[in-house]
Design a protein around this ligand. Structure first.
Ligand SMILES: Cc1cc2nc3c(=O)[nH]c(=O)nc-3n(C[C@H](O)[C@H](O)[C@H](O)COP(=O)(O)OP(=O)(O)OC[C@H]3O[C@@H](n4cnc5c(N)ncnc54)[C@H](O)[C@@H]3O)c2cc1C
Length: 477
């Protein structure tokens, strides 16, 4: 009998647990440990943050799902992984043994990385959890009331740290605010600002994008510039907050400028770092610095020497393919929990105060699910064959991604931008530089109502799959 522990029940962890249970005989235990009793569908938090969806519509209660599937579920937070004893210690002091472990604990939201950032101790909002998105909606709707009363407002959305990722979600949020205000006849009462660490508009931490738009090659910078101008959104890119106070954002950028932006409502995504989990060896020593990168994300089979080689020398092969710890091969990391070898984008630059601004690489929900499933399949194969062979490998340089950024939720009047790309990490040995290192047949950009419908369908299909309802495994990641 083998015991597999999955830490985290998000996109990567929940997917891994469902596929492990599907593959493994009942004699083997699949055990999920996660501090939340629910699965959170993050993409719809954008709609929660503008008051168009209730927070509870974005979650699934996991206890009944796991009970039905025969998955053991412990609602607790892992604080230590004893790599040689093969045990996880949780915040409540319990210890659970494993034969295989998947770390799918996602990001720690590092609000502390920027003074004055975040809804708890700072002055800005976030849409990274359902609670945060609910609070963001309340504050946004107050700003809307003020506009209705004739008081002009400044709204800022974007990134709250020099090394933030997840620009796509913030971009979708600023678009939703624009179209919501337009719909309410209030757009003239609001100055809308896009504040981001990106090197170029539309970079989104993914590097220079070139898209096939109905047979014509177009750059994401040009497409995004057009969108932002059309929506009259002021853009401040290559920027980071120095500190944030009530209604004041002190900033600097890579062009040597600095200033203070007065705002009424701000939603800024924090830096994502690793969860605070310590790795302990047989002697009781803390070996977290060997198991993780300085940001606390778990090291896997990537080339971590490639980071210092610089953007011009980064290669597709630097990226991991099995997501397996090189030190403890029975430990895997899936989703945001694995340490990327380096960013995907070029650095934005260095500010006058000497801070490097560099968008971190995103690992979206789809990528997290693909990795979660593949890691689960590899573990199931090893258990079933009683060996240690890794049979499947999918580096992000051979992985597709699709993202739909809504502009408004309504399927009658809404619209969305749908982006497909292959591969996620550019590969300049397989695809030309002028194509951004990507396959132009599979890297496309569509904008319109059909994409808005796809976004709504995705919400329902995905929650159906994650609830493990009949036929769930036929719905692709
Ligand atoms: C507002 C927003 C919109 C987004 N929109 C999109 C989109 O449209 N498309 C897309 O593809 N991606 C989108 N993303 C990105 C996507 O949500 C992430 O890529 C995805 O959630 C990453 O999956 P994960 O499993 O690595 O982490 P998560 O989904 O964050 O899951 C982490 C899990 O680990 C648990 N956990 C945390 N600490 C511990 C611990 N110590 N012990 C045990 N468990 C722990 C958490 O409770 C959670 O269950 C969006 C993100 C945000 C914030």
């Amino acid at each position: 009998m083998s015991k597999v522990i999955v830490l985290g029940a998000g996109f990567a962890g929940h997917t891994a647990a469902l596929y492990l249970r599907k593959r493994l005989a009942e004699i083997h235990e699949v055990h999920v440990i996660s501090p939340q009793s629910y699965f959170q569908f993050m993409p719809s938090l954008v709609w929660v943050g503008v008051g168009h969806m209730k927070p509870e519509e974005t979650i699934i209660d996991l206890m009944p799902v796991y009970r039905k599937q025969g998955i053991r579920f412990t609602i607790d937070r892992a604080v230590e992984i004893h790599v040689e004893k093969q045990a996880v210690v949780t915040a409540s002091g319990e210890s659970y043994e494993y034969d295989y472990l998947i770390n799918a604990t996602g990001p720690y939201l590092n609000f502390e990385g920027t003074s004055g950032l975040g809804p708890k101790v700072g002055y800005t909002h976030s849409i990274c959890t359902k609670e945060h998105a609910g609070q963001a909606a309340e504050a946004y709707l107050k700003a809307v009331q003020k506009m209705k009363a004739g008081e002009r407002q400044t709204i800022v959305a974007g990134t709250g740290h020099a090394g933030s990722t997840c620009q796509g979600a913030a971009f979708e949020y600023v678009q939703n605010i624009h179209y919501d205000l337009l719909h309410q006849g209030l757009r003239d009462m609001c100055d809308l600002v896009w504040f981001s660490n990106e090197a170029k508009l539309g970079d989104l931490g993914m590097g220079a994008f070139v898209f096939n738009v109905k047979g014509e090659l177009r750059e994401s910078e040009e497409l995004t510039d057009w969108l932002m101008r059309d929506c009259n959104i002021r853009c401040m890119i290559g920027s980071r907050p120095i500190k944030i106070e009530q209604n004041k954002l002190f900033w600097e950028n890579v062009r040597g400028e600095e200033g203070c932006l007065d705002y009424d409502f701000a939603m800024l995504i924090p830096q994502f770092i690793g969860q605070k989990i310590r790795y302990i060896n047989a002697e009781g020593e803390d070996i977290s610095d060997k198991m993780s990168n300085p940001a606390g994300l778990m090291k896997v089979d990537a080339d971590y020497e490639s980071g210092p080689r610089g953007y011009a020398n980064w290669k597709a092969e630097d990226w991991p393919s099995a997501y397996q710890s090189p030190l403890y091969p029975n430990i895997f990391a899936a989703g945001i929990a694995f340490a990327p070898p380096h960013p995907i984008s070029a650095p934005s630059g260095i500010t006058a105060s000497g801070v490097t601004i560099h968008a971190a690489p995103p690992r979206t929900g789809m990528i997290a699910c693909i990795i979660g499933r593949m890691v689960a399949d590899n573990i199931a194969d090893m258990i079933q064959n009683d060996d240690t062979i890794i049979r499947r490998r999918i580096p992000m340089s051979k992985m597709p991604a699709a993202c739909v950024a809504s502009q408004r939720k309504s399927i009658a009047t809404g619209s969305a931008i749908m982006v497909a790309l292959y591969p996620v990490v550019p590969d300049y040995t397989r695809y030309p530089v002028e194509h951004g290192g990507r396959n132009m047949k599979l890297t496309t950009y569509e904008i319109g109502k059909a994409s808005a419908w796809i976004k709504r369908i995705l919400h329902h299909m995905f929650l159906y799959k994650m609830a493990a309802k009949p036929g769930w495994s036929y719905i692709p990641e």
